[in-house]
Design a protein. Sequence first.
Length: 114
Amino acid sequence: MIDSYKRFWTKGFDFEGRSTRSDYWLAVLANFLIYILILIFTGIAASISEPLGGLFAMLYFLYAFGQIIPSISLSIRRVRDMGKPWQWIFINLIPIIGGIWFIILLCQPSIPIA
């Protein structure tokens, strides 16, 4: 999981290439765990002092903002790994059904490199 998370950040602006299913989901899991940890620390810090809680809340928003482009990059590489064009990420713009369809796509196996 740590290697996938490192690749998530080191290839953050690499929109070419491919990402395997395990790389994608392990990076998503690591991101989720970091979000949970930051939220827990924000709650603890806010109960200690309000300015400290605000500092952790700002850390949360900075992390959330900072991982937007690497997440899009990872999604594009994962879609490419399934043999689909990168434009498939826009299926998320369709309310409800689009997000479900995209998750189903992300779970598809990789195609072998020709």
